[in-house]
Design a protein around this ligand. Structure first.
Ligand SMILES: *Cc1c(COP(=O)(O)O)cnc(C)c1O
Length: 352
């Protein structure tokens, strides 16, 4: 794996040659008082607010604000209908069905594999090591001429740990395909984002989302940060109006709330560490993976029975006990102080 990165040879021919859809709002972008170009209903919407006009296909206002917050130029930002849209577009851009392959490093976020399956792209799995780090030797071994992407989730879901930065940098340097770093939980991490390394690595794609720390899961806004060349490919493939007007308006407003979001992050991290120290005291709790996210992976006695017991108490956690390398584990999202107290109380009842 010492060939150099070449975006043009990585890209599928059908995408290279694609003439993208040109929408009414692509063809006319200025100010006008009479818009008769998009077959919209000129009379209005049956709502207090008007949604009768198509939204900005490239979400300029939202991107400008995000650019300031993230310290990433607008031309290096793509917005998708959740991170899932960005993941799907990556497969469609770079992977020829049944021919090209991707490297996944389980246990990790399930969507990378589902999206591969939908796109009929073979997956090569290289398990993380016992301490949930990259198995560099076996990754190198698994890469061949048709390997187009590797997905690394850091902090990783469902284990919660950040992946060793030096290892990620080694892959960015030597792997000639696309390296996707999913930073959905970066706001909770002690480690810094890769967003300031875009100029360094032309093969880097970073995924982030407003669904977690920003508290906007229902609005569906995922971000991809990459070189301008890669962002242009995203924009060529995406549906013309992939981010709806209501989401664009609400996100623009929500992005003024950096201060409260940072407060919540501090609180969630403090609650996470408190929860972990409470859990440690149970002799039935065998291991807690040190977490850089807003959840903890806990290996404990009778995980399935505990899961069912918690459900009966109205408390839902994620049962990961049958997942390879997560045997016996539940994944617990950090809740409010009250919710976390209820969880601990229920555990006390179950184990006594
Ligand atoms: C929650 C999560 C996401 C977010 O997905 P959205 O589609 O943006 O809501 C992405 N990656 C990982 C690893 C996640 O856990």
């Amino acid at each position: 794996m010492n060939m150099s990165f070449n975006l043009n040879t990585l890209l599928r021919d059908n995408i290279k040659n694609l003439v993208p859809y040109s929408s009414a709002r692509d063809e006319f972008k200025g100010e006008a008082s009479v818009l008769l170009d998009a077959n919209e209903n000129a009379f209005g919407s049956p709502l207090a607010q008007h949604y009768n006009r198509y939204p900005d296909p490239l979400q300029h206002q939202v991107k400008h604000k995000l650019s300031t917050i993230k310290g990433v130029p607008v031309e290096n930002i793509f917005l998708g209908n959740g991170s899932d849209e960005a993941i799907d577009i990556l497969y469609r851009a770079f992977c020829r069905p049944q021919v090209d392959n991707v490297i996944l490093v389980p246990p990790t976020y399930g969507m990378y594999e589902v999206s591969a399956n939908i796109n009929d792209v073979p997956v090569r799995k290289v398990n993380l090591t016992a301490d949930y780090e990259l198995d560099m030797e076996n990754i190198a071994e698994a890469i061949d001429i048709n390997t187009k992407m590797i997905f690394i989730c850091s902090p990783n879901n469902p284990t919660g740990n950040s992946i060793n930065r030096k290892d990620i940098e080694t892959i960015l340097t030597y792997f000639p395909g696309i390296v996707v770093i999913d930073e959905a939980y970066i706001n909770y991490s002690r480690h810094k984002s890769f967003t300031q390394e875009l100029a360094e690595y032309p093969n880097l794609v970073i995924l982030q989302t407003l669904s977690k720390a920003w508290g906007l899961a229902a609005l569906r806004l995922g971000m991809a940060f990459a070189s301008k060349e890669i962002i242009d490919i995203f924009n060529k493939i995406k549906p013309p109006y992939n981010i709806n007007q209501a989401t664009q308006e609400l996100v623009l407003e929500a992005l003024n709330g950096v201060d409260i979001v940072n407060e919540w992050i501090k609180e969630a991290v403090a609650e996470r560490d408190k929860l972990a120290s409470h859990l440690e005291k149970f002799e039935q709790v065998y291991h807690i993976t040190p977490s850089d996210a807003n959840f903890i992976l806990v290996k404990l006695q009778e995980p399935r029975a505990l899961y069912t017991y918690l459900v009966s108490k109205g408390i839902i956690v994620r049962d990961r006990s049958k997942v390879e390398l997560c045997e016996g584990c539940l994944r617990i999202t950090v809740g409010t102080p009250e919710e976390n107290k209820n969880l601990i109380a229920a555990l006390q009842q179950f184990y006594n």
